[in-house]
Design a protein around this ligand. Structure first.
Ligand SMILES: Nc1ncnc2c1ncn2[C@@H]1O[C@H](COP(=O)(O)OP(=O)(O)O)[C@@H](O)[C@H]1O
Ligand SMILES: [Mg+2]
Length: 250
C-alpha cells in the first residue's frame, strides 16, 4: 500500500441475486484514492457508481475484496465498529438531501454530533459554524422542509461535514438541481474540500464538474478505468447530458 493512500479498494466485487440469476455489478475493481485528492467518478446509468460509493462508505459489504482506509480494513469491522467509523471518518452527500423536514436546519446539522455523544451546546456551536461555511447563517432556525432545494443541499453538506470527517463521499449531489444551483453546490464542495483538508470522491454526470477535479475515472464493465482522452470534451457541455466513449449519459 502506498503511504499517501487514503482509500484503497482491492479486487472488489459486488454481486446481487435477482431471482434465479446473479448480477455482477462490480468485478475485480481496484482503486487508490490519495490523501487530499478530489476524485470524480463518471459512468453510464446503472454502471454501479452508487454501489461502489456504498461499499466505500461502509454502507454495504463487498461480495469479495477488501477496502482500506489508511491501514484499516473496514470489511473486518463489526456492525457497531463500522457505524462508529462512518460517523467519525466519513461525510456523505446524496442527490436527495434527505433532511428531517420538521427539524430546523441547525438541528439537522447537529444530528450526527448528538449521535456521536457530543453535548447539545457544543453540537449547536459546531453546527452553526458549518452552516456559516455554506452561507446559511440566516437560515439556521428555518424548518428544513421550508428551504429551497439548493438550500436543503447546503444544509446536507453542512451536516456531512459536521463531525469533521476526513473523507467526503458525494453521489450526484448536483443531479437534481438546476444548472446555476448545481454550480454553486459544486463550488462550495471545492472550497470545503480545501478548507477541511478532505479527500473527496465525487460521482457525477456533469463532465464539466468532473474535469475540474484532480482525476477522473470511468466505471465501466464493473471496473474503473481512465477515460480515453479526446473521447469527451467537457468545455462544450452546457448541462448534465453528454456522451462519452459511445455510451449515453443521462
Ligand atoms: N439491491 C439491489 N439488488 C439488485 N440489483 C441491484 C441492487 N442495487 C443495485 N442493483 C443493480 O446494480 C446495478 C448498478 O446500480 P447502481 O450502483 O445504482 O448504478 P449507478 O449508480 O451507476 O446508476 C444496476 O443494474 C442495479 O439494478
Ligand atoms: Mg447512482
Amino acid at each position: 500500500m502506498t503511504t499517501n493512500s487514503r482509500i484503497r479498494a482491492e479486487s472488489l466485487s459486488r454481486r446481487y441475486r435477482s431471482g434465479a440469476t446473479d448480477v455482477t455489478v462490480l468485478d475485480d475493481l481496484w482503486l487508490d484514492v490519495r490523501e487530499g485528492e478530489r476524485l470524480a467518478i463518471i459512468g453510464s446509468s446503472g454502471a454501479g457508481k452508487s454501489t461502489l460509493l456504498h461499499l466505500l462508505g461502509g454502507l454495504d459489504r463487498p461480495s469479495t475484496g477488501r477496502i482500506y482506509f489508511g491501514h484499516r480494513d473496514i470489511a473486518g469491522l463489526s456492525e457497531a465498529a463500522l457505524a462508529d467509523f462512518r460517523n467519525r471518518e466519513l461525510g456523505y452527500l446524496w442527490q436527495n438531501p434527505s433532511l428531517l423536514p420538521e427539524f430546523s436546519a441547525l438541528e439537522n446539522v447537529m444530528m450526527p454530533l448528538l449521535i456521536r455523544g457530543v453535548h447539545r451546546e457544543e453540537a449547536a456551536t459546531q453546527a452553526e459554524t458549518r452552516l456559516d461555511e455554506v452561507g446559511l447563517q440566516t437560515r439556521k432556525f428555518h424548518r428544513a422542509g421550508e428551504l429551497s432545494g439548493g438550500e436543503q443541499q447546503r444544509v446536507a453538506l453542512a451536516r456531512a461535514l459536521a463531525g469533521n470527517p476526513r473523507v467526503l463521499l458525494a453521489d450526484e449531489p448536483t443531479g437534481s438541481l438546476d444548472q446555476r444551483t448545481g454550480e454553486m453546490i459544486f463550488s462550495l464542495l471545492a472550497d470545503l474540500h480545501n478548507s477541511h483538508g478532505l479527500t473527496s470522491v465525487f460521482v457525477t454526470h456533469n463532465l464539466r464538474f468532473a474535469s475540474k477535479c484532480d482525476r477522473i475515472l470511468e466505471l465501466k464493465n464493473g471496473r474503473l478505468e481512465t477515460p480515453v482522452e479526446g473521447d469527451w470534451e467537457p468545455a462544450g457541455i452546457a448541462g448534465d447530458a453528454t456522451r462519452l466513449g459511445g455510451g449515453t449519459y443521462v
